[in-house]
Ligand binder design. Structure first.
Ligand SMILES: Cc1cc2nc3c(=O)[nH]c(=O)nc-3n(C[C@H](O)[C@H](O)[C@H](O)COP(=O)(O)OP(=O)(O)OC[C@H]3O[C@@H](n4cnc5c(N)ncnc54)[C@H](O)[C@@H]3O)c2cc1C
Length: 380
């Protein structure tokens, strides 16, 4: 493929992933980011690289991304921990779904990654598992943990030093056309190909495209504890039975509908705020806790104390921490494409939009970008 000049809008994980894949292929890449440093969804998440949440069709993309995260850890000081994940069952219906998922996967590609564990095996993996009423868990060795703020803010340095990728921070793109990007002061830069990775802010640059697209905005509330004392570690990422109704990878489990029905009958407030609970621990020992899901016109700019209370209520039923003292609370917003793992469109020749990865951008972005760049390299 002829070496090209590539312009990228957005230094979130999707923009950075495309920059990395393009630069590795020898293209000259320039990234424009409107803020002084990445500040949106890509730094506000759990830092879970989460192949287990992906259905069969997108799991290979997640596994490519996983390999790239590990490669990044080898080449930089970006922290990537191969923690795996543990789904916990504190109700019979949760245990049934986990067993069904395991039985379905055990003879296929997933088989070598999964283990169905009894309570004492789970306790050996994580001191945080709440023993009251605990029935067992599903361990997967595929999941990684990153510190999203540090990783996403360190990536530009790596891309610049290794491949000469240029970054223009504090530089909003105000218009994109065929082969050009316009920034304030009518500065115009020319490119062979432009990739727009502006996250959930899609209406600013291409309002007509997005009006026609089945894409939703989703706001999540999150919390983080203070650093846990001493060398205490959570172990794998932990997810509750509530999570089984959130990720589409569990949808084929025949008894999932019973679990969904129980939750909507017993605790409708969890459905109302889209609450399912998970925990991960960063390299500073802080435990990241979440989350809730509010969509589109239901999104309020104000964070709700009630949502935080419900998240903590559910978490304390499934995990125990040395300290529950909350250090930070925040929200994040992502865009989610309804008809696939990513929304890709070329509204103008050689202007490519890539967004809508929903709650899986950290899991998928490196794989999505590789897939796209492979396709473009073969086409030329
Ligand atoms: C609370 C929360 C928890 C999550 N947890 C996980 C998780 O554990 N695992 C996982 O896989 N995924 C998770 N996700 C999803 C993941 O964070 C997102 O899918 C991903 O970060 C989206 O990346 P992005 O690059 O598309 O968007 P963003 O991170 O929003 O980046 C877009 C960038 O474009 C810039 N931009 C926008 N418009 C312009 C413009 N006109 N000019 C210049 N720059 C512009 C913005 O400033 C921004 O920096 C979570 C998301 C949230 C909100």
């Amino acid at each position: 493929m002829k070496k090209q000049k590539i312009g990228i809008v957005g230094a979130g994980i999707v923009g950075l992933a495309h920059a990395w894949s393009a630069a590795e292929r020898g293209h000259a890449v320039t990234v424009f980011e409107r803020t002084a440093r990445a500040s949106e969804a890509s730094i506000r998440n759990f830092g879970m690289v989460w192949p287990i949440g992906q259905p069969e069709v997108s799991r290979p993309v997640a596994m490519v991304a996983r390999e790239r995260w590990l490669r990044l850890a080898e080449r930089t000081d970006i922290w990537v921990d191969q923690v795996g994940s543990l789904h916990l069952a504190h109700h019979d219906d949760e245990w049934n779904v986990l067993r069904e998922y395991f039985d379905f996967g055990k003879d296929g590609e997933l088989g070598s990654h999964l283990k169905l564990l009894n309570p004492s095996q789970c306790h050996a993996l994580s001191p945080a598992v709440q023993p009251n009423g605990f029935l067992g868990g599903l361990f997967s060795d595929m999941e990684l943990c990153v510190n999203p703020t540090n990783a996403v803010r360190a990536l530009p340095k790596f891309l610049n030093e290794s491949f000469g990728v240029k970054f223009h921070f504090s530089t909003p793109v105000v218009e994109v056309g065929a082969g050009w990007i316009r920034t304030p002061g009518y500065q115009e830069s020319q490119f062979d190909r432009i990739i727009v990775c502006s996250g959930h802010d899609f209406e600013t640059l291409f309002p007509e495209v997005f009006r026609e697209t089945p894409i939703r905005k989703c706001k999540l509330q999150m919390m983080r504890t203070v650093g846990q004392t001493g060398s205490w570690r959570l172990g794998p990422h932990l997810a509750s039975g509530l999570t089984l109704r959130h990720y589409s990878s569990f949808r084929h489990c025949p008894t999932l509908k019973l679990l969904i029905e129980r939750i909507s009958t017993e605790t409708p407030e969890l459905d109302r705020f889209g609450i399912h609970v998970m925990a991960s621990q960063d390299d500073a020992g802080r435990v990241v806790l979440g989350d809730s899901h509010e969509y589109d016109s239901d999104i309020e700019p104000f964070d709700s104390a009630e949502i935080d209370r419900l998240i903590l209520r559910e978490l304390t039923q499934i995990i125990q921490l040395p300290s529950w003292q909350i250090e930070s609370r925040w929200n994040g917003t992502y865009s989610k494409y309804a008809d696939g793992i990513v929304f890709e469109s070329e509204p103008i020749p050689n202007v490519h939009i890539a967004t809508g990865l929903g709650g899986s951008g950290m899991t998928l972005a490196f794989g999505v970008a590789e897939r796209t760049w492979k396709r473009w390299s073969q086409e030329s």
